[in-house]
Write a protein that binds this ligand. Structure first.
Ligand code: NAD
Ligand code: ZN
Ligand code: ZN
Length: 344
């Protein structure tokens, strides 16, 4: 089968031929119908070889959808031919976090060598992908897999981040979303579907600001110094009640600290390498600063339901598997709008 592999640190990924895997006990083989391309892959491919945590070559792709093709022994809750989404942040399945579906926060996964597809295990940028457990697929029914596959990360990650910030998203509140790409534009849609907050989107790219407005943002502004005064004006000087940073660069984290008000929440989702110094009076009194990683199993089930009701409509750009290496180049140069989805 064809697969998109990152084989050598510092070199671009390539499309190669590899053996089609066979499901072992408890595993499922999924024939990929769609795989999303996440900015995190660019981060992974920027890590130096002495700090690279995964075995190489690595088949990329941690957003996957497909049709169940073969079942390992003991798999009895999923049927061949079913259309599914793959839940990516695999955990041990039995600890306290996993027992409530928060496998994204499984404290045992690392020590047990359990890693997500595309981030340590062979991923979904291939014709077939192995899923380690029937626990990790969510039925998709008749939803279009190309439109739905970004729900597994570009949707699930903001959905989880928004859930954690819910107390700040009261009617009349002001929410700032920084970075309106794959994750950020879904975040804007979810904020509108899940709350009565006013959404101010910030991005350096004009096309991303247009996408923000189409996604339901009330305001979309360039992500610069002028945004600080504009947000203070829009909040009568009080500052925002919630800030979601989908970039995480030093510039955006500084911006987050400058636009946030008292008793607000800053949620860092982007992995751009910035840092936010926290002391008693800075950021303002009562601000909760938090990071989030991916989302829980039950949240993915809920999100599929939201998509089924038409509350989330991910903007996707569709590409063939052979085009995947050039998709990463396009993403690097800021030419992907919404989410790129590969169809093998
Ligand atoms: P993307 O490339 O699709 O979108 C990034 C957006 O940020 C673009 O619209 C870009 O114009 C904008 N941007 C870049 N620099 C900016 C700046 N200085 N100010 C304002 N806007 C800026 O990326 P994505 O796939 O949506 O991922 C977003 C971030 O989230 C990445 O850092 C990614 O690694 C991270 N991520 C984190 C998790 C998690 O679990 N925490 C999960 C998935 C992705
Ligand atoms: Zn991702
Ligand atoms: Zn666990």
């Amino acid at each position: 089968m064809r697969a998109v592999q990152y084989a050598t640190v510092g070199e671009p990924p390539r499309v190669v031929d590899v053996a089609t895997p066979e499901p072992g006990p408890g595993q499922l083989l999924v024939q990929v119908t769609a795989a999303g391309v996440c900015h995190s892959d660019l981060e992974v491919m920027s890590w130096p070889s002495d700090a690279f945590p995964y075995p190489l070559p690595l088949t990329l792709g941690h957003e996957g959808a497909g049709t169940v093709a073969a079942l390992g022994s003991g798999v009895d809750r999923v049927s061949a031919g079913e259309s599914v989404l793959i839940y990516g942040p695999w955990g041990c399945g039995v600890c306290r976090a996993c027992s409530r579906g928060a496998e994204n926060y499984c404290p045992r996964a690392a020590e047990l060598g359990i890693r997500p597809p595309g981030l340590g295990n062979p991923g979904a940028l291939a014709e077939f992908v192995l899923v380690d457990s029937q626990r990790h697929v969510v039925p998709l029914g008749d939803l279009d897999p190309v439109a739905a596959v970004p729900l597994t990360d570009a949707g699930l990650t903001p959905y989880h981040a928004i859930n954690r910030a819910r107390p700040n998203l009261f009617p009349g509140s002001i929410t700032v979303v920084i970075g309106v790409g794959g994750l950020g534009h879904v975040a804007v849609q979810l904020l509108r579907a899940m709350s009565a907050t006013t959404v101010i989107a910030l991005d350096v790219r004009e096309q991303s600001r247009e996408l923000a407005l189409r996604s339901g943002a009330h305001h979309a502004l360039p992500s610069d110094d002028n945004a600080v005064s504009a947000i203070h004006e829009l909040t009568d000087g009080a500052g925002a009640n919630a800030v979601f940073d989908f970039v995480g660069a030093q510039a955006t984290m500084d911006l987050a600290a400058r636009v946030v008000g008292m008793d607000a929440a800053i949620t860092l989702v982007g992995i751009g390498g910035g840092a936010l110094p926290v002391s008693f009076a800075s950021p303002p009194f009562g601000v909760r600063v938090g990071t989030t990683y991916w989302g829980t199993r039950s949240e993915l089930v809920e999100l599929v339901e939201l998509a089924r009701r038409g509350e989330v409509d991910v903007q996707v750009e569709r590409y063939d598997l052979d085009e995947a290496p050039s998709v990463y180049e396009r993403m690097t140069s800021g030419q992907i709008h919404g989410r790129a989805v590969i169809v093998p």
